[in-house]
Write a protein that binds this ligand. Structure first.
Ligand code: TYM
Length: 321
């Protein structure tokens, strides 16, 4: 089994990223796992260069603080392994404009801005390359990446049919609870860095009092019956899911212990605070040493390139380059 997954160093990491993806990464890490901070992807939207550079280090430190061990798995920065950008081109010559323009995320993001970048359209191709360069069999992601994964599978199969068997066709793996954490203020919309309402997102690095405030003010309904019902009670169900994902229970089991929303919220806030606390503590220890973080990234990039290089060359050769 070979694992690859990635995260954009845009904004600050939120608990949707954590429970939807990063926590799975930590649990599944082994010598055959590759985790990548996708700084090239972050360029698809406006971002200050100095900020991108800092946030890349923030994410690296956060991933290590969350439990990724660079001596066990490979943690690297996408732009430091040039094969990702190169593979992107090869795969742009396999993917079609039609299938890319049908991607939900593209349509959403493009509808919110004028003059969006071409890379916003081609972004899933870069992502497909990330995965295929490592012959990944499993890709742990949140629910919002499912469509991109499906496209990756199609691109891989099309390439293999056209040019011979080069790529492994991967499958996506979602967590059992909280594969889609919703915005706390607008619980019918996913928690997202690019559409943040001020109280809607909990960040991994939020202060305990902010976590508490956000959970206590989370939008729920008014019928005061604690039960999991995603359609009729999206806000409450989101809180139950989140709770369940931290306590390793089912949302129904959590619901059965509570009569009042306030009690559930109070306990959930405590649970999130105590789960983030060790990550925040480790982060404060390792983040200041940027030299050490850069060494770590360089080591990761070297290990990643040793796998991605040969695969890139096989793909390029198969296409006639
Ligand atoms: P990104 O940076 O938006 O998110 C990183 C991971 O967090 C998950 N996630 C969520 N899970 C649950 N609830 C949410 N509200 C939520 N928001 C985000 C995402 O599903 C993702 O797993 N295109 C990817 C990054 C990427 C990638 C890859 C992933 C680039 N190359 C190759 C896997 C394999 C992205 O923008 O994720």
């Amino acid at each position: 089994m070979r694992i690859l997954s990635g995260i954009q160093p845009s904004g600050s990491m939120h608990i949707g990223n954590y429970v939807g993806a990063v926590r799975q990464w930590v649990a599944a890490q082994n010598v055959d796992a590759f985790y990548c901070i996708v700084d090239l992807h972050a360029l698809t939207l406006q971002i200050e260069p100095a900020r991108l550079r800092q946030q890349t280090l923030d994410y690296l430190a956060t991933l290590v603080a969350a439990g990724l061990d660079p001596d066990v798995c490979t943690v690297f920065v996408q732009s430091q392994v040039p094969y990702h950008a190169q593979m992107n081109w090869l795969l742009e010559c396999v993917a079609s404009y039609g299938e890319l323009s049908r991607m939900t995320q593209f349509k959403e993001k493009a509808s919110r801005q004028e003059g969006y970048r071409v890379s916003l359209l081609t972004y899933p191709v870069l992502m497909a390359g990330d995965i295929l360069l490592y012959s990944a069999t499993e890709v742990p992601v949140g629910d919002d990446q499912r469509q991109h994964l499906e496209l990756t599978r199609e691109i891989a199969e099309r390439f293999n049919n056209r040019y011979g068997e080069v790529f492994t066709v991967p499958v996506g793996v979602q967590p059992t609870a909280s594969a889609r954490v919703m915005d706390l203020q607008e619980p019918t919309r996913k928690m997202s860095k690019s559409l943040a309402s001020p109280l809607g997102l909990i960040y991994v690095h939020d202060e305990p009092r902010d976590i508490e405030r956000k959970v206590m003010r989370a939008v729920t309904d008014t019928d005061n019956e604690v039960r999991w019902d995603e359609e009729k009670k999206p806000g409450l169900s989101n809180l139950l899911e989140l709770y369940a994902s931290f306590s390793a229970e089912t949302p129904d089991a959590v619901a059965s212990r509570y009569d009042r929303y306030g009690d559930l919220k109070k306990d959930l806030a405590e649970l999130v605070i105590s789960s983030m606390e060790p990550i925040q503590r480790r982060y404060r220890e390792i983040r200041p040493d940027e030299g050490a973080l850069r060494v770590l990234a360089a080591r990761g990039a070297e290990k990643a390139a040793a796998v991605a290089g040969p695969l890139y060359r096989r793909a390029a050769e198969a296409m006639g380059l």
